[in-house]
Design a protein around this ligand. Structure first.
Ligand code: PMP
Length: 740
């Protein structure tokens, strides 16, 4: 028996009104003429009454403020509904009654339940029927995750046909299944709440889908296991399978690497206890444990950085793309020093804010721009604006794109169009309004077309940083057309592509005007910054839009919430101003020169990769380049370690960037080091390829492969213990004579 009491409640229908009409009732549950005539009347007092009981429901759902029994003549603001809620409510009412209700009206003429319901009643066509809403507690909820996933649903509040009843039964079955799984020692499956059901149609999933389809198939589970974005990659059980020669090389390499970066290693160990840092552990594999640490740096200039052991590195990571001009370029340093002298006050409006916003608009060809501190915040704000102005919830994004650290964008899509969180701690509910498609495919386009009217925005990383050679121009143009026609927004996440190939970013490159663009990285000149720029009608959702002093104008547009303590930080503004002035001054020549250098680097490395017959290669876009390799290259991490050991600052999995500070000589050095490192790991057999007889350092670098210490030529012969320094790959090491 259920472990909760039945609650007996009676619900009475209103008595029929005897007003004659020929109209047909929408919610006709009983075709008797009396009922039809009752419900279909255009008797306004009756309909207005229904509207007035319905509206508090809508207001409650949007605000969470209980309005049952509220004074019908009290102003909404008096009832505790502030402008944020009223913006949302205006959209909901417009959608629900198919009658325009604006934020401004809710503040003025329609600011009470009475005035609003009278207005709606007058606006609705005479034949439009508004059904009596069932009592609050008896309705299945569909809005917030908390409402969708109650831990206990009072049984007495349910009807047999109610979706909640099915859901409750499904929950109970799952609890029992989990208990059985736990008793048999298996890990339990995640709980399926209505909102964690596969969302082939966001907000449209039913409990039944859960029982028909497993939560994730084995194939999908495999795909989901791949690390997402910059998540810390830790493999605790991969010990690698190496030949004796490879083991010798590895051991020599680890010694040499540790000797060169001794202080960095000590520093990392010393501070592990109190410094929690995912980046320090990423790349962990048992056989690489001793080299799993980053160079700890304390100095940089131009294209170079120096670690605390005094080693010099040519930097190709360059602040993950935030550095376009090299380290400490004098024009940014001067701007920062100047700002430091003046102060870095937070809170008051800063004199640089307007000027910087104007320059961003000029370069990006947008009307308005707003600031935040990171690219992630910019993406969050853009999504929020899209939902505010459209009143829709679904955001389309794409597999393989990266949009920062907000819960909603750390997800993967499965082939069955389920959205699954891609990191621990992100609840399935958090991604239920996201729909992830494959980027640039006709299938994706068809789905966008089909569902265009429920989409708040299509969010694209126009050139995915991990797939820099994929430039789906026609796809983007088609998405632009569909979204424009359907009243959905197109958001270009230009946090990396912005200002990179062209001053106008990917929009200029693809000749596609998005409604909103998100920016960061480069434009901050090394200071933390995020920017949302866009068309006036959308950006106005941040501040209510244009108004002026001295007349009756007011901020007309309903606003959403977007703020932050460090927004418009004077250092970020000062550095951004310096960067934007530099960009304006140099024009497109700046981007062209960076693109040419990066193209040369990629082409030369790729030519060499072809010679080595390895699938490793470089893809590039503007000043971004990204190493790519087949998924089965399990030892590719060695390439990045060797490169670091050879003085190139690079990490596996991250896009690389050239800056204005990289000279032709620097680029030659990077190419040369890549070639050396590739040859070495191909020659040692760590990755598939063919050295074509080339040798590291011009001579065979591997210990005699024919020698087998376990099989001496004369039974019982002892292995000599005299040590000799030998060259293993490019690293000298002391080996027992007998092992040579
Ligand atoms: N969008 C894109 C395309 C990005 O590449 C990134 C960061 N790499 C972000 C958003 C998030 O930016 P941030 O790290 O500044 O939050």
């Amino acid at each position: 028996m259920p472990g909760y009491p039945f609650e007996h409640k009676e619900f009475w229908l209103d008595p029929p009104l005897q007003v004659s009409t020929n109209h047909i009732q929408e919610n006709n549950i009983n075709n008797t003429p009396e009922i039809i005539t009752t419900q279909l009347s255009s008797a306004m007092p009756q309909r207005k009454e229904r509207i007035i009981t319905e509206i508090p429901e809508i207001l409650e759902e949007a605000s969470g403020i209980e309005l049952e029994g509220a004074d019908r003549d009290a102003g909404f603001v008096e009832l505790g509904l502030d402008s944020l809620f009223l913006t949302q409510i205006a959209l909901t009412l417009t959608k629900k009654y198919n009658t325009k209700v604006t934020f401004r009206q809710l503040n003025e003429d329609l600011s009470s339940l009475n005035t609003l319901s009278t207005y709606l009643d007058q606006q609705l066509p005479a034949e439009k029927v508004v059904a009596s809403p069932p009592p609050v507690s008896s309705r299945p909820t569909t809005s917030s995750p908390q409402q969708q996933a109650p831990s206990v649903v009072p049984m007495g509040n349910m009807n047999a046909g109610d979706g909640n009843l099915q859901w409750l039964i499904t929950q109970q079955l799952q609890v029992m299944q989990q208990q059985l799984q736990m008793m048999s020692g298996q890990a339990p499956m995640p709980f399926a709440t209505p909102s964690s059901f596969p969302n082939t149609a966001p907000n449209a999933s039913t409990p039944n889908q859960q029982s028909e389809t497993p939560f994730v198939s084995a194939e999908e589970e495999n795909e989901l296991k791949k690390p997402f974005g910059a998540v810390a990659r830790i493999e605790k059980s991969n010990n690698g399978q190496f030949t004796i020669d490879q083991q010798k090389w590895l051991s020599a390499f680890i010694d040499a690497y540790n000797a060169r970066t001794k202080k960095s290693k000590e520093y990392t160990q010393e501070h592990r206890a109190h410094l929690a840092d995912p980046r320090v552990v990423t790349g962990f594999k048992p056989h690489l444990k001793e080299v799993t640490y980053q160079p700890v740096v304390n100095r940089s200039l131009g294209s170079k950085i120096w670690d605390i052991d005094g080693n010099e590195y040519l930097d190709v990571l360059n602040g993950f793309g935030s550095n376009m001009f090299g380290h400490n370029p004098p024009f940014i340093v001067e701007a920062l020093q100047d700002q430091l002298q003046k102060g870095y006050e937070l809170g008051p409006q800063h004199e640089l804010a307007g000027e910087v916003a104007k320059m961003i608009c000029e370069l990006t060809n947008y009307d308005r721009a707003g600031f935040c501190n990171t690219g992630s915040e910019a993406v969050l704000g853009a999504i929020r604006i899209a939902r505010t102005v459209t009143g829709r919830s679904t955001i389309i994004c794409f597999n393989g794109s990266y949009h920062g650290i907000n819960d909603e964008v750390i997800l993967r899509g499965t082939k069955k169009l389920k959205s699954i969180p891609a990191a621990a701690g992100i609840m399935p509910e958090a991604v239920q309004n996201m729909l992830v498609l494959d980027y640039g495919t006709p299938e994706a386009l068809a789905i966008i077309k089909e569902r265009a009217h429920e989409i708040a925005a299509v969010l694209v990383e126009p050139v995915q940083s991990r797939r820099a050679d994929f430039h789906p121009k026609e796809f983007l143009q088609a998405v632009r057309k569909i979204t424009s026609e359907a009243g959905s927004l197109l958001i270009f996440d230009e946090v990396i592509t912005g200002f990179r190939t062209l001053p106008g970013g990917a929009q200029q490159f693809f000749n596609v005007k998005a409604d909103l663009g998100t920016y960061g990285k480069v434009v901050g000149g090394g200071m933390p910054i995020g920017v949302i720029a866009g068309k006036r009608e959308y950006m106005d959702a941040l501040d209510g839009g244009h108004w002026q002093y001295g007349d009756k104008s007011v901020p007309e547009i309903g606003v959403t919430y977007f703020a932050g303590t460090f927004v418009r930080h004077p250092f970020a503004l000062a550095a951004a101003k310096a960067v934007l002035l530099r960009m304006k001054e140099k024009g497109q020549a700046l981007q062209d020169s960076l693109t040419n250098n990066t193209t040369r680097l990629a082409q030369e490395i790729n030519k060499y990769c072809e010679q080595l017959k390895t699938s490793f290669h470089i893809v590039h876009f503007g000043s971004l380049f990204k190493p790519k390799y087949d998924a089965d290259m399990h030892n590719i991490d060695l390439l990045f370690l060797i490169l670091r050991h050879k003085g190139i600052h690079i990490y596996d999995g991250f896009p690389c960037f050239l800056t204005e500070a990289h000279t032709q000589e620097d680029i030659d050095t990077i190419i040369h080091k890549f070639k050396e490192a590739l040859l070495e790991i191909v020659e040692l057999g760590f990755i598939p390829g063919d050295t074509n007889g080339q040798k590291v350092n011009g001579k065979s670098s591997i210990a005699n492969p024919k020698f087998n210490a376990n099989n001496p030529p004369i039974p019982g012969a002892m292995i000599g213990k005299i040590q000799t320094e030998v060259q293993i790959g490019s690293f000298p090491i002391l080996l027992d004579q007998a092992n040579i």
